[in-house]
Design a protein around this ligand. Structure first.
Ligand code: ADP
Length: 478
């Protein structure tokens, strides 16, 4: 794979570090180009021109080049710019009527989905299909790598353009909970081909499903861990699309996310260095000294993440001298619940909000990282935790099960344990996991061995990049 002409791929994403991020998708989209480059893959990334992205465009070292324009793209004028931004080969879709606004990527200032999210990401998908069908200024992708529902309509537009065979398509599910559903009355506004609105196409219980379009019409489907790939085929995890996925089971695979080890290098070199980070974090969090492990959570506060269960199990951790520092935002009830826990317990410190520098200090200073998710396609915080000597305590599901080796007796004896699994996601099971964590912590040597094994674990992109490159090569069109 490393020699020969490079395989051109367009990665189509609604978020990408270091420009815009709401979750793990941004980390993956941002890391993928550099990860697959050594495999002979030349990747460009198509991203909406949100204000933060246009700002980055304005600061580009070399002037961005306008490579396409449309007088009317789903209701307004739009331009496509090519630029090298932060080492990435970017195509930015500047469509002010769709992307230049306050609020977050998907939500308005009122915290509700933008009412025109369907149109915003239909436009992104339509432009991706145009590039897939016709190329852009002499460059043509042989594969379109489509991330989540926001890029899901792309193969439907390729079909409408009569260009389905012009490039390979890979649909990646980062989280099936988000499916991009919109009323059928939008068919015309979204310029979708009517003949594909059927149970065999992108119709989903009378609505348009952008994700289903991607699942039905892409050449291959991937998700971000082998366990989640299997789970998605079941009604429990498939969120209504398990039947669609079972029908394509032979085309579904799981490829683990990695982390950018350079960008997330731990700021210490020895156990002593780690210990001083732990002390510094306690101080920053306003937590007293303690004999138990300092645990962190860095997360969206949503039902998916199982943090209601953490609230219930917290007394078991605190009773053993364990402490919790949480950083996150989202569900108001969970925010209130954790604020109240911090008021009631000296061993709990809570920061509501999104704060990347703080999240890095927390990883550096944590002795354990808690991820009690009800489902978790891959999960990144446990990977950052492993890399920073913070022992992950994780629900045995999805990518958490695939990336953390449970400290059972055999794994401990072999010196390969890196964390603690628990199942099911209940307060009892999590409390039991806290006891196991604290037993190991109190014993000392086994806990340190787990920290060392975690720091040596393969959490980088190399092997996953090879798998993506193989997959691209299989579906690439000439
Ligand atoms: P998801 O994509 O479901 O939110 P992941 O674990 O895959 O979950 O990725 C979440 C990413 O967002 C991680 O990089 C995590 O560190 C980061 N993150 C989540 N919440 C916050 C926060 N409040 N502040 C800073 N970073 C956060």
């Amino acid at each position: 794979m490393t020699s020969g002409p490079s395989l051109t791929v367009l990665s189509v994403t609604s978020e990408c570090v270091p420009f815009v991020k709401t979750g793990g998708l941004a980390d993956v989209a941002g890391a993928l180009p550099a990860a697959v480059a050594p495999q002979g893959v030349a990747m460009r990334t198509l991203l909406p021109g949100y204000p933060a992205v246009l700002e980055a465009l304005g600061k580009a070292e070399q002037k961005p080049v306008q490579v396409a324009r449309w007088d009317s793209l789903f209701g307004g004028a739009a331009r496509l710019f090519a630029a090298q931004l932060e080492g990435r080969d970017m195509l930015v879709l500047d469509a002010p009527h769709l992307f230049t606004r306050d609020g977050t990527l998907y939500l308005g200032p009122d915290g509700q989905d933008w009412p025109d999210n369907d149109r915003r990401f239909a436009a992104l998908s339509w432009v991706a299909a145009q590039i897939g069908a016709h190329g852009i200024e002499g460059w043509k992708p042989r594969v379109l790598h489509l991330h989540d529902w926001q890029a899901g309509l792309t193969p439907a537009y390729l079909h409408a353009m009569g260009a389905s065979g012009s490039c390979g398509t890979l649909m990646t599910i980062h989280n099936i909970a988000f499916q991009g559903l919109t009323p059928a009355s939008q068919m015309h506004a979204l310029q979708l081909p009517g003949e594909l609105f059927s149970a065999e196409g992108f119709e989903y219980w009378g609505q348009i499903s952008a994700l289903k379009a991607g699942l039905v019409f892409s050449d291959r489907i991937s998700t971000v861990s082998p366990t989640y790939a299997r789970e998605l085929l079941t009604p429990e995890f498939g969120t209504g699309l398990d039947g669609v996925l079972r029908a394509r089971a032979g085309d579904v695979c799981g490829i683990l996310n990695g982390i950018d080890k350079q960008a997330w290098a731990p700021p210490f070199k020895s156990q002593r260095g780690k210990a001083s980070r732990v002390a510094a974090l306690r101080k920053e969090a306003g937590l007293p000294d303690s004999d138990g492990p300092l645990c962190v959570v860095i997360s969206r506060l949503s039902a998916q993440k199982g943090l209601d269960v953490l609230l219930s199990a917290l007394p078991a951790l605190l009773a053993r001298g364990g402490q919790l520092m949480l950083l996150g935002s989202g569900d108001p009830d969970l925010e209130d619940g954790f604020r109240a826990a911090a008021q009631d317990h000296a061993g709990v410190s809570v920061r509501i909000g999104y704060n990347e520098p703080l999240s890095r200090r927390m990883m550096a200073g944590a002795e354990a990282v808690l991820v009690p998710s009800r489902f978790e396609p891959c999960g990144l915080t446990q990977l950052y935790g492993l890399h920073h000597g913070a022992v992950p305590v994780v629900a045995r599901t999805g990518g958490l099960a695939d990336t953390v080796i449970d400290a059972n007796a055999a794994a401990l004896r072999a010196g390969v344990a890196t964390g603690i699994h628990f199942a099911p996601v209940t307060a009892e099971a999590l409390a039991h996991a806290f006891h196991r964590l604290c037993d190991l912590y109190d014993a000392g040597a086994p806990f340190r061995a787990m920290q060392r094994a975690g720091m040596k674990a393969d959490v980088g992109w190399e092997s996953s990049a090879e798998e993506y490159a193989r997959l691209y090569a299989e579906i690439a069109k000439p």
